[in-house]
Write a protein that binds this ligand. Structure first.
Ligand code: FE2
Length: 251
């Protein structure tokens, strides 16, 4: 672009944030090495954890996948991994708290876990769940109902990433909220990492005051760079400024 092009180019608004310390807690990431598609080694875990600490987080609650046939993790595997990473954080002198729950893929395998009360939760009985990106399951609301009626509080991971819920007016999302589901937005959705649909839906959810938690869903270095980039986005500043944002409930 030439001189006149630059002169008349519309300036993108930029946030006043310098880091993510306003969130204090990150509650969605994949930082226990070798048990899912996140960090592969303890060394990589520590680099990513240091990256989050440098962005201002005080506490990291990581959330390995539990997905039948994909990642057959159990609460015991996750908590053992948490203890190993915790010890390594201390050894490395990184000043951040570290805990773990899980990201449950919601299918029929959730039912016996609800009955046996074997779900790994955080805070006041919150459980993090994800859905298929490709296909709407008509059982989803039944699983939500069973979780909620058994005393669990359901946090839906990245609601903006499920294209079958997109619609003018956010009708599907409003129905989920009416059912009592909490929404956890991915920060990097706002950068367009997951496509324009996810970005625009994330922005609409923020505009409509429908976001309860904001998290990184950090898997790797490339992803950490997107998170760093997101600090300048006005929509991130807007959602961090939400009075009702619940990240700190997990401090
Ligand atoms: Fe995740």
């Amino acid at each position: 672009m030439g001189f006149f092009g630059n002169l008349f180019k519309k300036k993108e608004p930029v946030s006043n944030l310098t880091d993510l310390s306003g969130l204090e807690v990150d509650l969605h990431s994949h930082l226990i090495p070798g048990i899912d598609d996140g960090a592969k080694t303890l060394e990589e875990s520590l680099i990513l954890i240091k990256g989050l600490s440098d962005l201002g987080y005080r506490k990291i609650i990581t959330s390995p996948h539990i997905m039948s046939g994909g990642y057959n993790n159990t609460p015991e595997i996750i908590l053992t991994g948490r203890d190993t990473v915790r010890a390594a954080i201390k050894e490395a002198g990184i000043n951040v708290e570290f805990d773990a729950w899980a990201e449950y893929y919601l299918d029929e395998t959730i039912m016996p876990k609800i009955e046996q009360r074997r779900l790994l939760t955080m805070g006041d009985n919150y459980v993090l769940v994800e859905l298929s990106y490709l296909m709407k399951s008509f059982s989803t609301t039944t699983y939500f109902y069973n979780l909620i009626s058994n005393g669990y509080k359901v946090v839906l991971a990245h609601p903006e990433r499920y294209p079958y819920y997109y619609s003018d007016g956010l009708d599907e999302y409003k129905m989920l909220k009416d059912q009592g589901v909490y929404f956890q937005l991915n920060i990097s959705s706002l950068t367009g990492t997951y496509g324009q649909g996810a970005r625009s839906t994330a922005e609409q959810l923020i505009d409509n005051n429908m976001v309860d938690f904001v998290a990184t869903d950090l898997h790797n270095m490339r992803h950490l760079n997107y998170i760093r980039e997101s600090v300048k986005l006005p929509y991130l500043e807007k959602v961090i400024g939400y009075e009702k944002l619940m990240n700190k409930a997990f401090l």
